[in-house]
Design a binder for this molecule. Structure first.
Ligand code: FES
Length: 122
């Protein structure tokens, strides 16, 4: 997995993840965030101008969901898809609706957009 540089909290708004326009709509991005000496793999999805963040950890095996950097969505960009065994998760709430971890959730992470910058609120 190539998640780029490790990001650390920089302001009261938490960790600056990336510019809003860095992610296509629909699209996704993978990042690694350090908070209190703990590294967390993060995936960010933009769809219909809304931004969602989840821990990049599949409930099935706790492995990362992506097999290509920044690719987390299915072909139609309707679901987050785990590359390992094909589980599908709703973008809006991380609920798995298909696959070996059906009815489990991705761990949602609070985020906000301020001045066109996506912040993770850790
Ligand atoms: S690791 Fe995600 S579906 Fe198996």
């Amino acid at each position: 997995m190539d998640a780029g540089n490790i990001l650390t909290p920089m302001s009261l708004l938490g960790t600056q993840l990336c510019h809003y326009d860095d992610i296509p709509d629909p699209g996704s991005k993978g990042l690694i965030v350090e908070h209190q000496n703990v590294l967390t793999r993060v995936l960010v999805v933009k769809k219909d101008r809304q931004v969602y963040a989840y821990e990049n950890s599949c409930p099935h095996t706790r492995g990362a969901l992506d097999w290509v950097p920044d690719r987390f969505l299915d072909e139609d960009a309707n679901y987050i898809m785990c590359a390992n065994h094909g589980a599908l998760f709703q973008i809006k709430d991380g609920l798995c609706i298909y696959g070996p971890c059906k009815n489990q959730h991705l761990r949602a992470l609070a985020c906000t957009v301020q001045d066109q910058i996506i912040h993770l609120l850790l």
